[in-house]
Design a protein around this ligand. Sequence first.
Ligand code: PMP
Length: 398
Amino acid sequence: MKLNFAKRMSSIKASEIREILKVTEQEDVISFAGGLPAPELFPIEEINEVNQIVLKEAGTKALQYTTTEGYAPLREWIAKRMNERLGTLLDKDNILITHGSQQGLDLSGKVFLDEGDVVLCESPTYLAAISAFKSYGCNFIEIPTDEHGMDMNILEDVLSHTGNIKLIYVIPTFQNPTGKTWNLERRRKLAELSAQYNVPVIEDNPYGELRFEGETLPSVKSFDAVGNILCTGSFSKIFCPGFRIGWIAGDKDIIRKYVLVKQGTDLQCNTIAQMVIAEYLKRYDIDKHIGKIVEVYRKRRDVAVKCIECYFPEGIKFTHPEGGLFTWIELPEGISARDILEKCLEKKIAFVPGGSFYPNENKENTFRINYSNMPEEKIKKGLQIIGEVIQEYIHEIK
Ligand code: PMP
């Protein structure tokens, strides 16, 4: 018998990345596809040690239900870290621990979006944020970006002419998929516009700690004069993603609403995972650990950028990220990255075509390269092959 699924299921498609990742599970594939951190940098021994300490010292508390808001010492650490690095003024009651920052996005949809509401986002933007918000029946308006971030004139124009705008979703630091970082003026301006038009902002920041060069910039949240801005963060890229521990920070009244919807979703995050992270932060120097990650990724970024310059044909644009995990390639108009991917997969090289990072239009001449998850030799080999495939493709269609 045919079942009647919820209307939202018709808008939910299999993620292209998840499908490509199935191919990349084969050992001999060189994958630029996922956003995976380098597993050799996970602090396994330290986690093992801290895990035992937590079980010994906290005992059954570590295995018991806990509050929805999350483990208080961890929330305190997060508030302090954000205040020191991002210029915010938060305390633990501004923080809700979430199942990765991804849950912060889904709960934002639950808290703010009704069917037919409008979400404004960068064009292109993070694929799984599109899926999370789409399941609440919203429509997207994409706002163009340049190398300094979202175009604030267009944003203001859209804000002043469009009804039903319920959220602005942005990734101002080392954006996924483009690797771009917004400058200070755009951050300040976004906070001003959010206040002026009374539209909340979700500032998604899972990569901000991974800066290879230049100064750390204050968050959009630090310019929040009225309490409209929510900021997500995550331990996925600075510790390990398998714990699925992230957070959302915001005005206390708004965070209380998130707590209510989280109760209906999963009651709370994993107790022992939160305690292990808090204990790790107490016993180890996370900055030293992040320093190691940054050093490895910086070298991989350098190799990736050099290879793109060297092996890709002229006329191809790409971003030069100052941090994070990705660079973004723009092929000449009329060339489909999906066609290039097909040929690359035959040669056991994978990446994600850019089309699915646009919620409305399909710009098919773009693709994303992740450089964090592979040794330098493989990055070189893989990008050389992609470069050759593009050369051949351009030659064939001429
Ligand atoms: N936001 C962005 C922009 C991402 O790229 C990701 C995935 N890496 C997430 C949120 C979710 O990450 P996590 O749930 O592991 O914190």
